[in-house]
Design a protein around this ligand. Structure first.
Ligand SMILES: Nc1ncnc2c1ncn2[C@@H]1O[C@H](COP(=O)(O)OP(=O)(O)OP(=O)(O)O)[C@@H](O)[C@H]1O
Length: 319
């Protein structure tokens, strides 16, 4: 059995009014594993990522039974020690390539900052490493880019810089939050392929949040499906895509556009809306939109958690 690199147990995030943004999320990532997180906009994917990274804003409250990263329970550490463990284990690649890089600081200073702060080497060694990493993520003139300001680079170049920056401290896990959203389709494909190539060559675990279900299907070992701040299904990629158990996953997969689809046909969508945050969370949150909903689905739901293929639905097999 491959050891767990990250193990989050029963994590809750609530806002200042006590409304649940993340409700009872449990997630584990094994060494060198590639996991995809999917779900509609607002389902809590970014919030989950921010909770893992210790980047929640101060008005939000985090509670969890355990958050084990690299063998250490983050919840028992001081804020400083927690930041140290997170930044030395996880490399983060954000959605927004512009906001993440400081516009007035040269790339050379931004990319070497974390490495130097962690005392991993001298400034000269940091620059050599940064140059090598920029070259390895497809930047042809790394010395020039190191001297550039972010505004002098294209969106694709900035995202390559972010990826190189995420690799500076030799993380065991890369957490990428819709990392190609701001890029045009051709660059999107290049940058995405780069992620999976890095995952394969460096054996770094990858937790990828994406709306591109076809792409996650191609590369991920496991898929986690989120809905209204909860995980509704999680399991091996082929099983989740070929035999989705939760009606929400079934609906999500049925609306993936196919290459051979008539371009004149409207894109399919899941009817209805995500429930309000203050809704009772003991019963199924998808019930109002579910074609298979029965009166029992409005009753509190007990689920079997320790399964390789987890499904939060009373009608799913094995639940
Ligand atoms: N600081 C905050 N305070 C209160 N609510 C917030 C805050 N940030 C996000 N939310 C809410 O939390 C919920 C989950 O948001 P989140 O950004 O995690 O969704 P997401 O699945 O990543 O969506 P997308 O795919 O659009 O990025 C949303 O309803 C959002 O409005």
């Amino acid at each position: 059995m491959i050891p767990s690199l990250l193990d989050v147990r029963h994590c809750f995030v609530t806002d200042a009014r006590g409304q649940a943004l993340i409700h009872d999320v449990s997630l584990s990532v094994r060494e060198s594993e590639c996991i995809g997180i999917i779900g509609e906009s607002g389902s809590g994917k970014t919030m989950t990522a921010r909770a893992l990274l210790g980047l929640l804003s101060e008005d939000l409250k985090l509670q969890a039974e355990a958050m084990i990263l690299g063998g250490q329970d983050l919840l028992t550490l001081s804020p400083k020690a927690r930041r140290q463990v997170i930044s030395s284990t996880i490399g983060f690649v954000p959605q927004n390539t512009v906001a993440y890089l400081h516009p007035l600081i040269r790339i050379r200073n931004q990319i070497t900052d974390g490495y130097l702060a962690q005392g991993l080497g001298t400034p000269k060694e940091a620059l050599v490493k940064a140059e090598q990493l920029l070259a390895s993520v497809g930047i042809q003139d790394p010395q020039r880019v190191l001297n550039n300001y972010p505004g002098e680079l294209s969106g694709g170049m900035r995202q390559r810089v972010n990826i190189a920056m995420a690799l500076m401290c030799d993380p065991q896990l890369i957490l990428a939050d819709e990392p190609t959203t701001a890029l045009d389709p051709i660059v999107q494909k290049q940058v995405t392929e780069l992620f999976f190539q890095l995952h394969q060559t460096r054996h770094v675990a990858l937790l990828m949040i994406s709306h591109n279900l076809n792409l996650l299907r191609k590369y991920c070992d496991r898929i986690v499906v989120m809905y209204a701040g909860q995980i509704v299904e999680a399991g091996p990629t082929a099983e989740v895509y070929d035999y989705p158990q939760h009606p929400y996953t079934q609906a999500l997969i049925s609306v993936i556009p196919q290459l051979d689809q008539d371009p004149n046909l409207p894109l399919a969508e899941i009817p209805g809306f995500v429930p309000e945050k203050d809704r009772d969370r003991t019963s199924c949150l998808f019930a109002d939109r579910c074609r298979l909903c029965t009166p029992e689905c409005r009753q509190p739901l007990t689920i079997q958690e320790e399964t390789a293929h987890f499904v939060r639905c009373r009608n799913a097999e094995g639940v």
